[in-house]
Design a protein around this ligand. Sequence first.
Ligand code: PLP
Length: 421
Amino acid sequence: MDHFLYRNGILHAEDVPLPEIAAQVGTPFYVYSTATLTRHYQLFKDALDGVPNMVCFAMKANSNQAVLKVLAGLGAGMDVVSGGEYARAKAAGVPGERIVFSGVGKTRAEMRAALEGGIRQFNIESEPEMGVLSEVASSMGATAPVTIRVNPDVDARTHEKIATGKSDNKFGIPISRAKEVYALAASLPGLEVIGIDVHIGSQLVDLEPFEQAYAKVAELTRMLRAEGHDIRRLDLGGGLGIPYTRSNEAPPLPTDYGALIKRCVAGLDVEVEIEPGRLIAGNAGLLVSSVIYLKNGEGRDFLILDAAMNDLIRPSMYGAYHDIDPVVEPAPGAGRQPYDVVGPVCESGDTFAKGRELPPLVSGDLVAFRSAGAYGAVMSSEYNTRPLIPEVLVKGDHVAVIRPRPTFDEIINRDIVPEWL
Ligand SMILES: *Cc1c(COP(=O)(O)O)cnc(C)c1O
């Protein structure tokens, strides 16, 4: 459920009609709903009620300061994958003890910054990384709390580009080698081993792969404890999928996911961490765009929008599906016709949908891409010198631009022409 509904025939973000925002900031733009972000975070908290837990928002899904503030204000932790994200989390007021550092390629500088600013734990992904963290922490006279990310070799049954838990992925250490890698960690100075980490992929639409992975982690917990390690925290990753289309079968609910986690950790007396990104932010955002032209091609009609692949890359990168709705609700009984929905960028890949059935649209009409709050704005670029598009946050009838559209001068002035040229 989200808070983007038609009222009196006009699509709203909470209490605000989208055409009002379009008039204020121009199109295209992203708009996020505070109520939806809050609701989704709360679903996870409720689902894990009864086990000590922390829900760490995977902020690579949406790292706008205002979005982070909403979630941090509710008590969320943050899962960061770069020094930049760490700095963003701190800037949004998230204390270090609520920040988890994930990612396969943490640099010395990133480790140092996190140890200086405070960190809940590093999720270590390899032995070389472990060695470097040990050196960095020791040289600072610090102790780094660590979990080790294990790769449980389960098939997440999701898109190959976002599956991370098979043995041929670059993530984590093979679970079969966990015993020796944990022994190595325990022997190194500057590290304190506190738990286990796992994350098997994104947009998982069934619970079975989670169940397999978490069962392996529970078994590993018992084994490592028997080896003398103080395993007290399990980071179970993110990855719960969201409905990208109304017609699809619904993905599992956070409640059922929570129940599964509780089943898997029963009797272990551990603190649980999860790192959802997409489920919290995905359906809390829309991308709103205008129709520039309707172009009749041979056997197909192209709807040319002012949004493009640089603004929302998921369709061209993953073949992702997004529902597209007209902002003015079609009259009951209005017909539908197939359109190829495209952007203006000079790439054939700049296609959002082919043969999409939509009510008749004309130049100037507004359309909204659903489920665009995660992996949307954060993956955008200025390809074709198309300025990054504004992000807007709504709460009830409040509206605020939370990232403005840069001017052409601002974009051009970032380049420097050497004086010797
Ligand atoms: C991407 C990622 C997440 C979030 O995945 P979602 O599918 O957005 O929930 C969590 N943890 C790690 C380590 C990730 O790389």
